[in-house]
Write a protein that binds this ligand. Sequence first.
Ligand SMILES: *Cc1c(COP(=O)(O)O)cnc(C)c1O
Ligand code: SF4
Length: 337
Amino acid sequence: MIPTKAELLHPVYPASWQRELARAVTDPQELIQRLELPCAAIDLEANADFPLRVPESFIARMERGNPRDPLLLQVLPQNRETRSVPGYYLDPVGDQASMGVPGVIHKYEGRVLLVAAGSCAVHCRYCFRRHFAYAEANPMRGEWEAAMDYIANDSTIREVILSGGDPLLLADSRLSNLMMQLERIPHLRRVRIHTRLPVVLPVRVDEALLRWLGRGRLQVVMVIHANHPNELDEKVRHVLRKIAEANVILLNQSVLLKGVNDRLEVLSNLSETLFVAGVLPYYLHLLDRVQGAAHFEVSENSALSLIDAMRNCLPGYLVPRLVREQEGAPAKQLIDN
Ligand SMILES: *Cc1c(COP(=O)(O)O)cnc(C)c1O
Ligand code: SF4
């Protein structure tokens, strides 16, 4: 059920997830002290370019005193980011160019991506959107009408993908309202939510969200984003199961990251752990070549050997599709032997 008018008019604000979000760590010194790391670990220039942001519950899953912790490496601003590397760009996937109506990215047939929120609960250092002008792209800041008209006027669109930023950072009242508007467009069949929040801020998946999620006409697919099995602690696995119980199909996408998850043992453990929580691996992305992320690059050949090795030890449904985003291509490019 979509929330009643009374529920929308009298929400309990701020919800506890909003309070936890507000407490996310943005001070590099604080992160370093909590994890008992040397001060030299963090780079202030890299931090100024794309500031640190990480919720406390994600920090709690990192190992103290380990500068190579796979969760820490995803969020720590490092001096390697400030080097300019040829072949790495500000907008590597050409998203800004494919935006006709503000906030609407229509690159692939039948699916349209909405930049539904302008920010994220965590700042992932490898993110291709690290230089993206979110604020200008965000249709939800002003009126959603132009985006809704665009979708309503193109009957080839069957699926709307809510992305961002992180769409689950919108309050339930706004998100469920957006859902209601989408439900009225007859040619739509599905809504897909691309979100990292169930992983980095599991308190976001609260009773209020579960009251409306997956209860409407449109089928809901949620694509979460976890790169390492350590991200999936008990609390995260619990909320994922709750989402699955709400009739939501759960998929995961990961980015292949050097030093984080570029080993067979880590990737197969990730797939197994996801499956226990009701999530199927969907995509394993080769890194988008965004400025500042070159040190995460894993070569295509190493990536292919990893996927081959996964095929040899896992059921086919636990092997993600290895893909690369190709500017101008009609779909994500499948990397295969
Ligand atoms: C990845 C992506 C999609 C979805 O692609 P699927 O192959 O359906 O997962 C849609 N639009 C944009 C702009 C994308 O980047
Ligand atoms: S959550 Fe996703 S969009 Fe946000 S910074 Fe991380 S990778 Fe980028």
